[in-house]
Ligand binder design. Structure first.
Ligand code: TRP
Length: 343
């Protein structure tokens, strides 16, 4: 599967490409989720026809506490607005508010082979980490994800490495369905932006930063206070060599450089110059401050939206209404082709 670097507007100036992505409401995202994905969504929403959803149906593939889930769904929805997505410009919605997702997922389940699902590495990993609850939803999760994408006829899907295999399956399912019934779904391509930062754990920079890491010092959450952010960055693992430059065997420093680069726009050479002759203490303080400033406006907007639950509900309803119109059209088309009698 080839990664497409699309120059916005260059291919067809009159019609923008469609892009869709979703985020699971499984806790407050980390700095890694923010710099690696969410921050880019804002840019994408300027360049493409965009839809972004809170993938709450996906979340119950692992057991959730209902009260916590309810809270997290609205928190993540508010976060989508807080990162600067504009409900006038993008379709921003909660997946379960658009029944077509579950409906198309059922149909597509019947066009997906048990064998191909069994090969999904995330399923294999998760069925080990949640051995007491290897449910059928966990198994067919990529089919629901395919439905999310195909319903909007998305041309592009920004995905991280861990979701590439799922996108590939979505393409396979779409191709198969189109092969049987004629063109029904757009075949989605992965979208890899200019720099999708891969932020690593602050305590073990060989591992990806993750909110499920048992050591909270290993990640910065997007809503950590400035003091906490500074403390966590200051205690990040580096090396004993003492030089601020990008290099082999310097995973910790490389990671902090990546974070600093994303927040300031400086490249590695400029960063190395800035800290020439200075120690890790100075460097870490600068990284910490850059992260604090990066997240400050997100945090402020988030607090503002969370105080106005009525507005959030109104925006969620508006997003769901627009999403439903598009999704229902595709669902009906697909169901008609299968031989269903439409109501
Ligand atoms: N599976 C994705 C994740 O866990 C979330 C997701 C659900 C998604 N549906 C999607 C991402 C559709 C892109 C497109 O991160």
């Amino acid at each position: 599967m080839e990664e497409k670097i699309i120059i916005p507007g260059a291919e067809s100036p009159e019609k923008k490409k469609k892009i869709l992505s979703c985020i699971q409401p499984s806790g407050i995202p980390t700095l890694g989720n923010y710099l690696g994905a969410l921050k880019n969504w804002k840019t994408l929403s300027d360049d493409f026809d965009s839809a972004f959803a809170v993938a709450d149906l996906h979340a119950i593939t692992v057991r959730q506490d209902p009260q916590k889930l309810r809270k997290q769904i609205m928190e993540v929805f508010a976060l989508l607005l807080a990162i600067g997505l504009d409900p006038e410009k993008s379709i921003i919605f909660i997946q379960s508010h658009v029944p077509a997702h579950a409906q198309l997922a059922w149909v597509l389940n019947c066009y997906t082979q048990f064998g191909e699902m069994s090969r999904m590495t995330q399923f294999k990993d998760k069925s080990q980490s949640h051995a007491d609850n290897v449910n059928v939803g966990l198994f067919s999760y990529p089919v629901l994800m395919a439905a999310d994408i195909l319903l909007y006829q998305a041309d592009l899907v920004p995905v991280g490495a861990d979701q590439k295999q799922h996108l590939e399956i979505a393409r396979d399912i779409a191709n198969r369905f189109n092969g049987i019934y004629g063109k029904t779904f757009t075949i989605p391509d992965p979208y890899i932006g200019k720099q999708g930062a891969r932020v690593m754990s602050l305590q073990d920079p060989t591992k990806k930063m993750s909110k499920s890491d048992p050591n909270p010092k290993s990640y910065v959450s997007v809503f950590d206070t400035p003091e906490t952010i500074m403390k966590k960055i200051r205690s990040a693992v580096t090396d004993s060599e003492g030089g601020v430059y990008y290099g082999e065997g310097k995973d910790g420093v490389n990671n902090l450089m990546g974070i600093y680069s994303c927040c300031t726009g400086l490249d590695y050479e400029q960063i190395a110059n800035e800290f020439q002759g200075k120690g890790y203490g100075d460097f870490k303080n600068a990284v910490g401050e850059a992260v604090v400033e990066e997240l400050r406006p997100v945090r402020e907007r988030y607090d503002m939206y969370m105080k106005d639950q009525a507005y959030l509900k109104e925006m969620a309803a508006k997003g769901a209404a627009t999403a439903s119109r598009i999704a229902d059209r595709t669902l009906q088309k697909a169901m008609k082709k299968c031989g269903f009698v439409l109501p």
